[in-house]
Write a protein that binds this ligand. Structure first.
Ligand code: COA
Length: 142
């Protein structure tokens, strides 16, 4: 498995979008049209690639204040629970530190809160609804 940063012009981007659709959008009844965010071109895209197929990904959108939002964290169903998600977040954080990013925040699905807590993220504020799923705002100082 290779971890590589790409942008939306990269040949792996279509495979990244496909994974995001299958793991994050299709299960909640959304169409492929709902997959892209408006700020994707300004985001870092870290993908885990095996045989030219994206098996995991995580995105990061920087803000203007030394922080930013981690989003679209997904691992292929056949590989979940085997450490790839942890590896992706740690690799992203290493890159962010080298870019002097100091804070990361994210919207965690309730089922993923324990995953992020193990990586040092903490819940802030009350749970809220997003795409019909209970989410928690979580933060970490790098
Ligand atoms: C959440 C997710 C990114 C974690 O990546 P991963 O590679 O499975 O996780 P790791 O193997 O590094 O870490 C294991 C932990 O992740 C969590 N986890 C594992 N499978 C999961 C799943 N299907 N859904 C949610 N969390 C899961 C558990 O806390 C697990 O800890 P445990 O093994 O002690 O129970 C991945 O499981 C996934 O894509 N889930 C579905 C989509 C999703 O919920 N994305 C997060 C949106 S905020």
């Amino acid at each position: 498995m290779n971890l590589v940063f790409i942008d939306p012009k990269h040949k792996f981007y279509a495979s990244e979008l496909d994974l995001r659709f299958r793991i994050l959008r299709e299960p909640i009844g959304h169409t492929r049209d709902d997959v892209r965010f408006t700020f994707e071109d300004q985001s870092l895209h870290l993908v885990a690639v095996d045989k030219a197929r994206v098996m995991g990904c995580v995105l990061f959108h920087p803000d203007d204040h030394g922080g930013g939002r981690l989003y679209q964290m997904a691992v292929h169903g056949a590989l979940q629970g085997q450490g790839l998600g942890t590896q992706l977040v740690q690799h992203l954080e290493t890159e962010l530190k080298s870019r002097a990013v100091e804070r990361v925040h994210l919207h965690a699905r309730d089922v993923a809160v324990a995953f992020y807590e193990r990586l040092g993220y903490r819940c802030v504020g009350n749970p809220f609804d997003e795409v019909g799923i209970v989410h928690y705002m979580m933060e970490k100082e790098l």
